[in-house]
Every structure is written in C-alpha cells, then in structure tokens.
Design a protein around this ligand. Sequence first.
Ligand code: GDP
Ligand code: IMO
Ligand code: MG
Length: 429
Amino acid sequence: MANIVIIGTQWGDEGKGKIVDLLAEFADVVVRFQGGNNAGHTMVVNGEQTISHLVPSGILQGKLCLIGNGVVVDPGVLIEEMDYLSGKGVPCGPENLMVSERAQMIMPYHKEIDKARETRMGKDKIGTTGRGIGPAYEDKATRLGIRFVDLIDPELFRQKLAAILPEKNFYLENYFNAAPMDYDAIAGQYSAMAQRLAPHVTDVSVVVNRAIAEGRKVLFEGAQGTHLDIDHGTYPFVTSSNTVSGNACCGVGVGPKTIGGVLGVVKAYTTRVGAGPFPSELFEEVGAFMQKKGAEFGATTGRPRRCGWLDMVILNNAVRLNGLTGLAITKLDVLGGLKTLKICTAYRYKGRMMDTFPASLKVLAECEPVYEDLAGWDEDISGIDRFDQLPDNVRRYLDRIEELTGVPVQIVSVGPQRDQTMVLANPLG
Ligand code: GDP
Ligand code: IMO
Ligand code: MG
C-alpha cells in the first residue's frame, strides 16, 4: 500500500507520534494536514524523548517533512521547534522541512482571544490548549486570515495586519477588557520571522503530488483524535478542525484516490484532556492506576489526562468515519496488573441499548456504558518483541478488539520506545 493516513481514534494522545515515527522508516514523505501546535507528538528513540508540536513526526527518520495548508501554524513555535530539533542534531533545513504557502498563521491576537474566552466562560470552558487554534480557524473561515504567502510579502503582510488589527483590538478591549495589541510590535516580530521562514515556504500540494507521481510513499499524519473533530466529535468540546482521515486530502491538496489505507491509532484504554463527555471515564483507583502507570499528562500543556476503559462505541464510530483499514494498539503494557479489564460494548439510554455515538450531549450524558469483562494479566509485557510470546490474555484482549471492530490489528505497542513495537502487518507494505 503506497500512501496511508494515520489518525487518532479517540480524543487524542493515542500515540500517533510514536507510530508515525516508526512507520516513517518505510515512507519518503510525512505531511501534517490539520491542527496546529495544540498537538504534542512524542517519539522516544534510544532512550531520548522528542516532542513535536508542528514538525511532522517523520523528522527523526530523516524524511521529507511537510506542513500542509490545513494546518494553522504559529511561526514563532515553528522556529522554536526547528531550533530545538537542530539542537538535538536533527536537520531542519529548507531541504527537508517545508510549510505550505496556503497555511494560515496563528497571530498573537488569536492566542489572546483563545485565553480570554476560556477565562470568560469559567466553568463552561472547553479546556482548550490556549494556543489560538480556534480563533485562527475562525479567521480562515471569515476570510480574515493571514497566510504564509502573505507573510513572505512584507508589504502585503503589513496591509493585511493593518486591516484586521483594529477589529481584533476593538474586541479585546471592549469585550474582554484586555489590553490592545501593538501594530508595530507585531509587524516587527513577524517580519523577522518571515526572513527566517521564507526559504521553507512552498506549494506543498505540488511537492506531494510530484512525489506520488515519482512513486514515493507519503504518510499523512493526523493530529488530535476522531472525537475532537469539529463535525463528528463531541461538539462543542472539540478542536476547530476536521481530524478525520478525509481531511488529509483537503489539508494537503491531494485527491482521494491517492490514499491507499487508513491506520487508526487506538490507546488500549481511553484518555481525554480538557472538558467534555467521556462515558467510560473512571474516577477511582483504576483510573488513577492508568494515569500513573501510563504517565497520562498532556505533552502540550502538562495537564493530567482523564482515564477510562476502552470504548467500542467510539472506536467503531472511528472505524466508520475514517474508513479504517488497520489498527495500531498502543500502551497495552499499561494495563498489566489489572485483574479484570472492561470493554464498553454499547451504551444504555433510557433502558434501550445503543451502539452508535449520539450527536446530542444531553443524550450522551444520560448514556450508561455497558461493559464486557475480560481477564487481565500480571506479566510485564514491555520487553516482549514477538507476538506469539505475549501472554494468552493479552492476545485475547487484542482478538476481541479485532472481533468487535472487524479491522485487523497491524501494530502492537508495549512501551514508549520506537523498538517496543510489534509490526504484525506493515500498512506501508
Ligand atoms: P500523540 O499525541 O497521539 O502522538 O500521543 P502523545 O505523545 O501525546 O501521548 C502518548 C504518550 O504515550 C507519550 O508519552 C508516548 O511516549 C507514550 N507511549 C506511546 N506508546 C506507548 C506504549 O505502548 N506504552 C507506553 N507505556 N507508553 C507509550
Ligand atoms: P494530539 O495531536 C489531546 C483538546 C484540548 C481541548 C480541545 C480544544 O497530541 O493528540 P484546542 O486548543 O484545540 O482549541 O482545544 O481539544 N486537544 C487535544 N487533546 N491531544 C491533542 O492533540 C489535542 N489537541 C487539542 O485539550 O479539550
Ligand atoms: Mg499528544
């Protein structure tokens, strides 16, 4: 299979970074198609951890890494990340890292508005990452956004900023009682960044399509997770982009026929950062056990992640919405030591069984998870590198996931390191 999309099936942090880094070995190009630096993708290679927020997770494998038009990019964060990676000896020059000229930029007022809104919403807040993601996508849709193609044209950039800033300042000052932002300060800061980034700005759609025509393999790296999708997730407790596989085409500029497969990354249990419904959430010892053993703290904001059992209603929702052709099950090692494991197979709503995910959060709040019990295991599986050496109960857990989804498990991850992984079938074949 030539080109694949890798997406998160739950609420993010499934281990996409690790899986993309692993599979990048078999790809030529890795491209991000949505989200921004709300993402935190962790790679661990030879004991050294690297977290990337914007740069695709193929960078450690030395692959061509691209940021597509569907991503909202904070140029300051991109530069910081390039410096962080270069400091680790990872090349990040214009020959291996490029950003789409059509990608929207996150501006300082986007971050201010994001944070001010959350503060104002108080207990009803979404729990955003405060990185300006929502306000940047808003401006894209209202056609007030500033793109990289504008950044690298100093005159156009100043014109666009001058046109939009009064409106943003009016909103900041009069609605949020916040300080206005200074035109000259922003213009100066962004023009310095423009000089640094200009050599990296390109037409990513042309680059990707050319690579495909030359027979090279492309890996489309998703951020967030299916249930944070702006249309299909737990709206309004979602992010502001489409996180599902279909958006790989729009967010890069390729046709649907270029996609050969979709790998869904599934954490062996469920986590969520930020507010919003989570039917299989655990509040007592088991949740605390998962959080501690799985080190469930956000890679972007450091916030503790809420934990719960694996939920097949959401997983099957992800199977359908993304057209999954394979699963990568991560963090299986974390479940070791639990006597009984539960899988949520359906929801009970007003006495009725439901196996599809409701659109209404009111309905969802009244859904009670229906569980099936499976025997757990005590063994530490983090050092196992052959599938047939996994304890029987681990294999039963994986078999059950396959049965309930009808999708083959292609990858099993038993630790954060790149080599703590079993590839049963390589999706890039
Ligand atoms: P992403 O956003 O989907 O890339 O995931 P994150 O990097 O935010 O969070 C996943 C966390 O789990 C990171 O700390 C990874 O190093 C870690 N991780 C990934 N796979 C495994 C695994 O199989 N076992 C354990 N114990 N940790 C893992
Ligand atoms: P990766 O790619 C987990 C969550 C935030 C919040 C909601 C909206 O690492 O899996 P936003 O800042 O996007 O407006 O916040 O989405 N969120 C994530 N949760 N992993 C992520 O990315 C996330 N990106 C955003 O916590 O609930
Ligand atoms: Mg993450």
